[in-house]
Design a protein around this ligand. Structure first.
Ligand code: CAA
Length: 391
């Protein structure tokens, strides 16, 4: 096992670190308060190739591996988790779906626009009545001539405000439930598609989260991604990579909170010495640092498996679960170490504490990750050691 990054991975990480430090970190607090990200910032990230990290060069992407992708995602999230959400959804939930399940014609048509960042994409699975039970989507699409006609509502759509395209999971055969779900690539300017209510959130406030409504919206049948009625598998396959991206986000938030805790406790004096000189502080810092290391290693293991062309369902869920719980625990302790100063907006730990919370909710709650992990573990056990039939 090799724990050294390649030159390419280091270069990707350093480019992201520089952009995050110079452009995102100074603005993150202001953007959080304004609940908005200016389009120019996305354009700057696009210039650096961050909308096409995993995309092969033939489609205009950087052609980097999943390890490099996670390093970039961590650095961006360390400065501004809200900005990272847009990138991780665009890269690992949507673009790679076209790469894996699209036809060559679809790839040639859409991937260069996505990889260059000229167009931004959003993933549209959840609905008001289909959150954790994602297979119960009701948004309906009936085939009429050469078009699917869509009716229904999608909710909690990250980047809803800025997206040019939506990867939408629709019900094409209600009798089959999750086995009747199909996946369509839908242009924002489709008549009958409207981007609705923008949510007022606790954290990641500068990223938009919207409802998207369809009323007799006609989408060309040629925009079907993969096979009709097999869209739920596309959704879940994509969530393996997506969960790895959220794990990297959580590591970034945790690292940022930890950095602030170290810096603050080294200069804040109480009872005649720095907080960092108290063993109570040192033990907290030790636990925080160890958990961040473990979360990063789990995330990079999932990335390495995907780079090797292996399935990483259990590993991506484990990384997401552990890293998101770590982000919450570390942000909690970092705030605690700041005392009253941690509770006000002058200090960034207040934002990290709020931003960490969503990592245990989106792309599958911690409870769903436990369900996925336990199912995979039991499946592996049944395959390797079948239980003898009861007498
Ligand atoms: N990869 C590929 N296929 C998979 C898979 C995977 N990881 N997991 C399951 N499948 C297949 C199954 O083998 C099954 O195939 P068959 O039809 O051939 O049997 C099919 O998909 C259905 O699987 P399940 O029977 O396991 O499905 P389920 O209804 O029991 O649901 C679940 C499984 C894990 C609970 C799933 O619904 C889930 O992950 N829920 C959470 C939803 C979620 O994460 N939402 C995130 C929204 S997007 C978001 O948050 C983005 C954002 O804004 C940042």
């Amino acid at each position: 096992m090799n724990f050294e990054y390649t030159d390419e991975q280091k270069m990707a990480r350093d480019t992201a670190r520089e952009f995050a430090k110079k452009r995102l970190a100074p603005l993150a607090q202001k953007l959080d308060e304004e609940e908005h990200t200016p389009r120019e910032l996305y354009a700057e990230a696009a210039e650096l190739g961050f909308f096409g990290i995993l995309m092969p060069e033939e489609y205009g992407g950087l052609g980097l591996d999943h390890v490099a992708y996670c390093l970039v995602m961590e650095e961006i999230a360390r400065a501004c988790a809200a900005f990272q959400v847009c990138l991780t959804v665009h890269n690992s939930l949507v673009s790679t779906a076209l790469l894996k399940f699209g036809t060559e014609e679809q790839r040639k048509k859409w991937l260069p626009q996505l990889a260059s960042g000229a167009k931004i994409a959003a993933y549209s699975l959840s609905e008001p009545g289909a959150g954790s039970d994602a297979g119960s989507v009701k948004c309906a699409a009936r085939l009429e001539g050469g078009h699917y006609v869509l009716n229904g509502t999608k909710s909690w759509i990250s980047s809803g405000d800025v997206a040019d395209y939506f990867l939408v999971f629709v019900q094409t055969d209600p009798a089959l439930k999750s086995r009747g779900v199909s996946c369509l690539f839908v242009e924002r300017n489709t008549p009958g598609l409207t981007v609705g209510k923008k949510e007022k959130k606790l954290g990641i406030r500068s990223s938009s989260t919207n409802e998207v409504h369809f009323k007799d919206a006609k989408v060309p049948a040629a925009n079907l991604i993969g096979t009709a009625n097999e869209g739920f598998k596309v959704a879940l396959t994509q969530l393996d990579g997506g969960r790895m991206g959220i794990a990297a986000q959580a590591v970034g938030i945790a690292q940022a909170a930890f950095d602030e805790a170290v810096s603050y406790t080294r200069q804040r004096q109480q009872f005649g010495k720095n907080l960092a000189d108290f063993q109570a502080t040192q033990f907290k810092l030790a636990d925080m640092s160890m958990k961040i290391d473990a979360a990063r290693l789990l995330t990079l293991r999932a990335a390495a498996l995907l780079d090797g062309g292996k399935k990483a369902t259990r590993e991506a869920s484990a990384a997401k679960l552990f890293a998101s719980e770590t982000a919450n625990q570390v942000a909690y302790q970092a705030l605690q170490l700041h005392g009253g100063n941690g509770y006000v907006r002058e200090f960034p730990v207040e934002r990290y504490f709020r931003d960490a919370r969503i990592t245990e909710i989106y792309e599958g709650t911690s409870e769903i990750q436990r369900l996925v992990i336990s199912r995979e573990v039991l499946k592996e056990a049944a395959e390797t050691a079948p239980v003898a039939a009861a007498r």
